[in-house]
Design a protein around this ligand. Structure first.
Ligand code: UT7
Length: 331
């Protein structure tokens, strides 16, 4: 009889571009203030990629760190999943650009589009592919160059986003079960409250779509806020229920960093110990699919995560999509 296949997490890695854009810089670009941005969101600054860089460059920098830490050869990677809503190009996938840059030519590569929940969706796919026996060493990257799809004249959105990338490597294991549980959700009835309207088959690019600035992220912030709080709180509790765990068992929570007020409201609604909630939104803003994995990698490097700790990630984004996963950090 075949042995049961589990998943071992080998490493994480992350990369943020050097350029810092502060709230004070934004005051010179749109009608806003550090006071408004700080009190409404908790964000103080964000990173912006260099003109010479693209999404797959950010992904590459994060992936290389994870690969080096895992002490594996790129030739061993047999699957690359990239979660992003700001790809290098509409076609082909950013995962294929990344595969080429890494020279990981033994890997199958594709993108997924689940916005801010992308890393949790990707992790869930890694688990499914590994436990089914299809692939053995999987690189999952959450990466965004949101500054390239941000309308820098729209104060409702441009103060919120930043660029960055995070990566994690998973491998098949007969003894470990480091992806302890995952829970995902989606509701396509809310597609209009957070989207990039043009550039797809519905509204192909024309002079008018460009003039109307329809190729940038649009958001009805208040509506998104409400669903975000209720679905993230639900996801936190569901992932624990699926694992037979409670708040007592979780060492650190890593919520999606879109807004400090959302993070605090989710913690309260889900009944989690707030001292165990990791926050870095002030430094980076909302980096969509890259957010939770960058936060996990930073928390690990800061010593906030010890070997054997259970870390719960939770996120919410366009779609609408949401999800949570509990990871055992044993590397
Ligand atoms: O990653 C997942 C997706 N995104 C999110 O989870 C974000 C969810 N939403 C939010 O975080 C919040 O809704 C925002 C931070 C986007 C907005 O906060 P809010 O408390 O919901 O503010 P609001 O939209 O009700 O706006 C209040 C006022 C408005 O003025 P009036 O109409 O009351 O006169 C806005 O025009 O604030 C104004 N405003 C600004 N003022 C200064 C909006 N953006 C700005 C700004 N600076 N940057």
């Amino acid at each position: 009889m075949d042995k049961k296949v589990g998943v071992k997490i080998l490493s994480s890695g992350s990369y943020v571009p050097e350029k810092v854009l502060t709230n004070f810089d934004l005051e010179k670009m749109v009608e806003t203030s550090d006071e408004w941005i700080s009190t409404r969101t908790g964000i103080k600054e964000r990173r912006i990629l260099d003109k010479s860089q693209t999404t797959s460059d950010l992904a590459y920098n994060a992936a290389v760190k994870a690969i080096e830490k895992a002490k594996i050869s790129v030739d061993d990677i047999d699957l690359i999943i990239v979660a992003t809503i700001s790809p290098d190009a509409p076609m082909p996938s950013t995962a294929c650009y990344l595969q080429k840059k890494l020279k990981a030519f033994n890997a199958v590569a594709f993108d997924i589009s689940a916005a801010c929940s992308g890393f949790i969706y990707g992790t869930t796919m890694a688990k499914a592919f590994i436990t089914s026996g299809l692939y053995k060493k999987v690189l999952v990257v959450g990466v965004e160059a949101l500054s390239r799809v941000t309308d820098w004249t729209d104060r409702n959105t441009c103060v919120l986003f930043g660029d960055g990338a995070g990566a994690m490597i998973f491998e098949a294991s007969e003894t470990e079960n480091d992806i302890v549980s995952t829970y995902l959700g989606a509701d396509g009835t809310h597609t209009k409250i957070l989207n990039i309207p043009a550039g797809g088959a519905t509204l192909p690019t024309t002079q008018e779509t460009v003039e109307q600035r329809l190729h940038f992220v649009k958001m009805v912030g208040k509506e998104v806020f409400k669903v975000a709080v209720s679905k993230m709180a639900l996801a936190v509790n569901k992932a624990q229920e699926l694992a037979g765990l409670t708040d007592n068992d979780i060492n650190l929570y890593i919520p999606h960093q879109a807004n400090l007020r959302i993070i605090e409201a989710v913690a309260k609604k889900a009944g989690v110990t707030k001292e165990k909630v990791y926050v870095n939104v002030h430094k980076y803003g909302n980096m969509s699919a890259a957010t939770t994995i960058i936060a996990l990698d930073e928390a690990y490097r800061e010593g906030r995560i010890k070997k054997g700790d259970l870390v719960e990630l939770v996120a919410f984004g366009a779609g609408l999509t949401w999800g949570a996963c509990i990871l055992k950090i044993n590397f």
